[in-house]
Design a protein around this ligand. Structure first.
Ligand code: GSH
Length: 202
């Protein structure tokens, strides 16, 4: 398996899942954003986005889907379809990017990535509030004292926790709820998380 990755970008979900599952992989580190700084990357992935992941002939570009693929292939860190928590599991997995990271990317874009003349603090502020409002589902799930979103640790925890990593990068982590903040502490303490951080440093 090969993973194209930029430090602390959404591909970190996949890197962390690979480390938690103990799967062998080759890491290809790119500068961010690759579409500008490594234009030849577009020949591999015409979207220009990361992650880009291959496993033999399989080619994938969606971080949450790749985590689901890895957990299913390994038969671990997932909730099986015959388990009553399966719906919750899939919901968190997909919520992680479609509902949580999506507004964060607009904050990032309109505060940092755009050329100065195109930056827009009002858009960034609106989507910062949008993100914070959307964290309520996970915050409430954790309010009963459970350690992980579905009870056991799964790739859905990895996918949702990435939104907290990004919140930290963007400077709004302190505004999420207390249960999510404790969850984020537990995530960072995991060996798999630490190994993924070390892998991207190396
Ligand atoms: N929905 C995709 C989004 C992938 C994506 O947009 N990644 C961002 C980095 S976090 C990216 O590559 N941005 C650079 C660009 O669009 O040029 C996922 O979850 O993997």
């Amino acid at each position: 398996m090969k993973l194209w990755h930029c430090k602390d970008a959404r591909s970190f979900r996949v890197l962390w899942a690979l480390e938690e599952l103990g799967l062998p992989y080759e890491l290809k580190l790119l500068p961010f954003p690759p579409r500008w700084l490594k234009p030849e990357y577009l020949e591999l992935n015409p979207l220009g986005t990361i992650p880009f992941f291959t496993d033999g002939d399989v080619r994938m570009t969606e971080s949450a889907a790749i985590c689901q693929y890895l957990a299913d292939k390994a038969g671990r860190l997932r909730i099986a379809p015959d388990d009553p928590r399966y719906g919750d599991y899939l919901n968190f997995l997909h919520q992680s990017d479609a509902t949580l990271t999506f507004p964060q990317t607009l904050v990032f874009r309109y505060l940092h990535l755009e050329n100065p003349e195109n930056r827009n603090p009002k858009v960034a502020e609106d989507y910062r509030r949008w993100f914070l409002a959307r964290t309520i589902w996970a915050e409430r799930a954790l309010a009963d004292g459970r350690e992980w979103l579905c009870g056991d640790f799964t790739v859905a925890d990895i996918a949702v926790a990435y939104a907290l990593l990004f919140a930290n990068t963007l400077g709004h982590l302190g505004e999420v709820g207390p249960h999510l903040l404790s969850f984020w502490e537990r995530c960072q303490a995991r060996d798999g998380f630490q190994r993924a951080k070390a892998a991207q440093r190396a």
